[in-house]
Design a protein around this ligand. Structure first.
Ligand SMILES: *[C@@H]1O[C@H](CO)[C@@H](O)[C@H](O)[C@H]1NC(C)=O
Ligand SMILES: *[C@@H]1O[C@H](CO)[C@@H](O)[C@H](O)[C@H]1NC(C)=O
Ligand SMILES: *[C@@H]1O[C@H](CO)[C@@H](O)[C@H](O)[C@H]1NC(C)=O
Ligand SMILES: *[C@@H]1O[C@H](CO)[C@@H](O)[C@H](O)[C@H]1NC(C)=O
Ligand SMILES: *[C@@H]1O[C@H](CO)[C@@H](O)[C@H](O)[C@H]1NC(C)=O
Ligand SMILES: *[C@@H]1O[C@H](CO)[C@@H](O)[C@H](O)[C@H]1NC(C)=O
Ligand SMILES: *[C@@H]1O[C@H](CO)[C@@H](O)[C@H](O)[C@H]1NC(C)=O
Ligand SMILES: *[C@@H]1O[C@H](CO)[C@@H](O)[C@H](O)[C@H]1NC(C)=O
Length: 311
């Protein structure tokens, strides 16, 4: 009698448990997540696998483990299964990976449901002194109560940049360099500096997800200046360019190419106020009698004039 009651209890309870907990996993485009199928690592395992319900009847198999046979999957080079941990790691995440996943495991009648959210980090490009526009949402139909942009400089203390609140003005140190248009959900930022480079997050009242944006700032180097000093068949050639960002190496180009040269000095200087770099490189070339040599140098996208030496 006691046994029957026990069985009935389970029959009623199991579907209730099953419909409940869906864990949410957060990943970023290009990043990785680990699916945990069970926390019970003690009982021996015959098999477990993770699949995605495409619709009521069709599932897409992702990866898994079977104690007696290898499993074949299209996801082999983006997933890794550790059966002793009951985990599957998935990397190189794409927006299309977002959705529901289910794990079935031989040690349990319940499947574990996991919802994967993949957030995208857009990259914004700006030039020093120029401007960029951060777009917090493309959905302009719902009315927004608030939205704001901050920089997660460290985990505990984000830096507030600017934003909008429907009932109160927002105070910011960035007022002179940013402008918020709440109907467009945008923030324009100008007079860009190298120190503005980094990650920005937008939080908006119409979405639970924050939008991540990576700002990259560049400054074009000037056309490099080349000076040549020759003495007894050796030439000292110096290349100089400034101001630019980020730091770039000086690249030498010799025509025809040859190996009878070496770098004797290579340095950079960073202006403490503008944070822009000046770069210099000097090389010594051993001239071969009667062999003219052309050379130029390049810093970033800027290329010097060609100089003819060893004449
Ligand atoms: C489920 O999806 C498959 C493949 O996309 C499709 O062929 C099938 O008709 C769908 N079944 C139902 C019931 O929607
Ligand atoms: C993964 O496999 C696909 C085809 O099976 C291939 O096109 C792709 O280059 C592979 N990716 C890596 C990172 O090996
Ligand atoms: C599974 O994970 C454990 C703990 O991280 C590790 O010791 C073990 O080598 C892993 N097994 C496989 C097959 O990767
Ligand atoms: C975060 O930054 C604040 C202010 O710069 C600093 O006081 C705090 O110690 C930092 N916290 C961590 C965990 O680095
Ligand atoms: C926001 O942008 C729209 C379209 O560019 C413009 O018509 C509107 O005047 C702007 N609003 C504010 C507050 O600047
Ligand atoms: C910097 O260089 C890029 C690529 O050559 C060019 O498109 C851009 O206009 C330049 N910026 C300035 C301020 O000269
Ligand atoms: C070097 O430059 C001169 C003048 O521009 C040109 O006539 C010559 O062909 C160049 N030589 C090589 C090897 O590039
Ligand atoms: C020129 O020669 C150097 C050393 O001999 C070599 O490392 C370099 O790749 C060559 N460059 C080109 C453009 O062929």
């Amino acid at each position: 009698m006691a046994l029957v009651c026990h069985a009935l209890f389970f029959l009623v309870l199991v579907p209730l448990l099953e419909s409940k907990d869906t864990t949410t996993l957060l990943g970023e485009v290009g990043g990785a997540v680990t699916f945990q199928c069970s926390s019970d690592l003690s009982r021996p395992l015959k098999w477990f696998y993770i699949h995605r319900p495409v619709n009521e009847s069709v599932h897409e198999f992702i990866n898994g483990y079977h104690s007696t046979k290898p499993l074949d999957t299209e996801y082999a080079n983006r997933t890794y299964v550790n059966h002793s941990q009951r985990t599957m790691k998935m990397w190189d995440l794409r927006p299309s990976d977002e959705g529901l996943y289910e794990c079935h495991i031989s040690t349990s009648k319940n499947k574990v449901k996991m919802q994967l959210q993949v957030t995208d980090t857009t990259t914004l490009l700006g030039e020093v002194g120029g401007a960029v526009t951060f777009q917090c949402s493309s959905d302009l139909s719902n009315t927004v109560k608030w939205f704001y942009i901050q920089r997660p400089v460290n985990e505990s203390v984000p830096v507030f940049i600017n934003g909008y609140h429907s009932t109160k003005p927002l105070d910011t140190e960035y007022a002179s360099r940013t402008y918020v248009n709440h109907t467009q959900r945008t923030m324009k930022m100008w007079d860009l500096r190298p120190s503005d480079e980094g990650l920005y997050e937008c939080h908006i009242s119409t979405s639970k997800n924050k939008v991540k944006m990576q700002l990259q700032v560049t400054a074009n180097y000037s056309i490099p200046k080349v000076t040549v000093t020759c003495f007894h068949g050796n030439c000292l050639v110096t290349c100089f360019s400034s101001p630019g960002y980020p730091r770039e190496e000086v690249k030498w180009r010799l025509f025809p190419n040859q190996s009878l040269w070496r770098i004797v000095d290579s340095s950079d200087y960073r202006d403490p106020v503008s944070l822009l770099f000046s770069v210099t490189s000097s090389i010594v070339i051993n001239c071969r009698p009667g062999r003219l040599l052309n050379l130029s140098c390049a810093v970033g996208g800027a290329v010097s004039q060609e100089h003819t030496i060893c004449n």
